[in-house]
Write a protein of this length. Structure first.
Length: 214
């Protein structure tokens, strides 16, 4: 995105981050929300964020995703049953997906929103030579939210070493401490705003959703 803060980009008249937060704020089971921002933004959060909901607290994130999640975990109440982690730049998650992931975690397993792979996947080496073709039927794209029993996610982050600081998702850390983690089908529209081309796609998906008859 050329250095632009993706969560602050406007999507359908509101910041991407607001869209990402709204499905969680709508769920009455959600009692606390911690948003990890870049340190300079955490010192003076935008008014539209600080005034969005009294359950929201802002903390300074770290150099890696793992550091940021660890900071957010430390700011949550200790007596939670379930903890959800969600990408601030993933604005299209549906409320039903959030609810299903919470229900799985409340039952004792971790839950990862995602969708089955529909393309043939290739494993390559450092020079982009194909070294293997995994069986597609067993592959899913991992998205967020990723939701876990609170004790599981806290143990996972407590056990993460400096060498695991670049873990790209929370499930990888939970798996390492022996947690059972299940996929929850969120469909392919739960995209992450990563490149400029993603914004018009997200706009189109939102417009299509709003055009549906209840």
């Amino acid at each position: 995105m050329g250095g632009v803060r993706k969560p602050f980009l406007e999507l359908a008249g509101e910041p991407v981050l607001v869209h990402a937060l709204r499905p969680f704020l709508r769920d009455p089971r959600v009692v606390s929300v911690v948003v990890a921002l870049a340190p300079e933004d955490a010192q003076a959060p935008p008014v539209w964020l600080s005034g969005l909901d009294p359950r929201i607290r802002v903390v300074a994130g770290g150099a890696t995703r793992t550091d940021s999640v660890r900071s957010a975990l430390a700011a949550l109440p200790e007596d939670l049953d379930v903890v959800a982690v969600h990408d601030a730049a993933r604005p299209l998650v549906a409320s039903g997906v959030v609810a299903r992931c919470i229900e799985v975690a409340a039952g004792g397993d971790g839950a990862v929103a995602g969708c089955p792979a529909v393309d043939t996947m290739k494993e390559v080496d450092a020079e982009q030579r194909i070294v293997a073709t995994p069986e597609r039927a067993r592959l899913w794209h991992a998205q967020t939210p990723q939701v876990f029993p609170a004790d599981v996610v806290r143990r996972a982050y407590a056990a993460a070493t400096d060498g695991e600081a670049t873990a790209t998702d929370d499930a990888a850390l939970a798996e390492r401490v022996g947690a059972v983690v299940r996929m929850v089908d969120a469909g392919p529209s739960n995209l992450k705003v990563t490149t400029p081309d993603d914004l018009p796609m997200a706009e189109a998906i939102l417009a299509a959703r709003r055009g549906r008859v209840p």
